[in-house]
Design a protein around this ligand. Structure first.
Ligand SMILES: NC(=O)c1ccc[n+]([C@@H]2O[C@H](COP(=O)([O-])OP(=O)(O)OC[C@H]3O[C@@H](n4cnc5c(N)ncnc54)[C@H](O)[C@@H]3O)[C@@H](O)[C@H]2O)c1
Length: 338
């Protein structure tokens, strides 16, 4: 059976999810409707032309109540209250990909279940009373009783496999992460009071801006053995997409650079990649991994007492890599029985 997907919020993540699902052409999931707060013609335009990811590789047009992509009509709603979107009755929506940035808690996402939807996958952290899942790490914790699930943040998606496998292989006593993260739509284009966070109100493309990151905290939801052991923050940098996370940790075992790289390389897969190429942030764009480990920057240092600190880094396309991981989760989620 093909699970019918509604995308709520056709912004950066919603549109990329649409592109990814179309490109995969899976018989397990299909998008059947979209909800945002603007017109179909505006959504069609933004799907067709994308500054970061390029033109949509097909035909995109619109009608008064739909976008039409490669000849198929996708009904568009503009309903700000998720509990009132009539897409279950009208379009048979089973699952919602919640990508507005608004319904980011169990209580808020409940609005979709109230509308008759069977399951919701939230494209953001959604609190500790909702399962947070990252492919390659804890997808197997999902079961059919889970109705609202979080895909975590893009940084969680990058950090989690690196930290999970490092913990399995060498043990992590304690650690700290920093991510050089591209700016996002929640930051100011020019200095101005758009946010309660003062540094968020500074021009995004002209500054490196210290920013909170929930990833180190959320890691405990994804990898319980690391709960409370990691801290971290983000530096929002002046690129529109493409990010990199550094994790420094104190290992439980004595290791060398080579041990670390070999220990992580053997776990490489479609969600957690490994590259010996020496890349820069634009090279990660459109990469489908949620996290791409770069061994050249692995460094172990030892103190006089033998205690060590290990530094490792992984790249991520914070928009597309995250979205690919979210769609992996969606495909897994879709296979769970009702
Ligand atoms: N951009 C990233 O790198 C990134 C990565 C991972 C997760 N996320 C998360 O995904 C979510 C969306 O982020 P984004 O970057 O796509 O934001 P965005 O601003 O590009 O998109 C949000 C979209 O939702 C629409 N919207 C807002 N309120 C709505 C409502 N009530 N009903 C329907 N539509 C509504 C907006 O019009 C917009 O098109 C956020 O929670 C963000 O934290 C973003």
């Amino acid at each position: 059976m093909t699970v019918k997907i509604g995308i709520n919020g056709f912004g950066r993540i919603g549109r990329l999810a649409f592109r990814r699902i179309k490109a995969l052409n899976s018989s397990d999931i299909e998008v059947v409707a979209i909800n945002d707060l603007t017109t179909p013609s505006m959504l069609a335009y933004l799907l067709k032309y994308d500054t970061t990811h390029g033109r949509y590789p097909g035909k995109v047009t619109s009608t008064d109540d739909a976008i039409v992509v490669d000849g198929k009509k996708y009904p568009v709603y503009a309903q700000p209250d998720a509990s009132k979107i009539p897409w279950v009755k009208n379009n048979g929506v089973d699952f919602v990909l919640e990508c507005t940035g608004f319904y980011t808690s169990k209580a808020k996402a409940q609005a979709h279940l109230d509308a008759g939807v069977k399951r919701v996958l939230v494209s953001a952290p959604a609190g500790s009373d909702v399962k947070t899942v990252v492919p390659d790490v804890n997808l197997d914790t999902l079961d059919s009783g889970d109705k609202i699930v979080s895909a975590g943040s893009c940084t969680t998606s990058c950090l989690a496999p690196m930290a999970y496998w490092a913990d399995k292989e060498f043990g992590i006593k304690v650690g700290s992460m920093v991510t050089a993260h591209s700016y996002t739509a929640t930051q100011a284009t020019l200095d101005g009071p758009i946010s309660k966070k003062v540094q968020n109100n500074r021009a995004a493309a002209a500054n490196t801006i210290p920013h909170t990151s929930g990833a180190a905290k959320a890691i405990g939801l994804v990898v319980p053995s690391l709960n409370g052991k990691l801290t971290g923050y983000a530096l929002r940098v002046a690129t529109p997409d493409g990010s990199v996370t550094q994790l420094d940790f104190v290992p439980k075992k004595h290791v060398t650079d080579e041990d670390v790289n070999k220990g992580l390389e053997k776990h490489a897969n479609e969600a957690f990649g490994y590259t010996e190429d020496q890349i820069v942030s634009s090279d990660i764009l459109d990469d489908t991994h949620g996290s791409l480990f770069e061994p050249a920057f692995t460094k172990v240092i030892s103190g006089d007492d033998g205690e060590q600190i290990v530094r490792i880094i992984a790249w991520y396309d914070n928009e597309f890599g995250f979205t690919c991981n979210m769609v992996r989760t969606l495909l897994h989620f879709a296979k769970l029985a009702d």
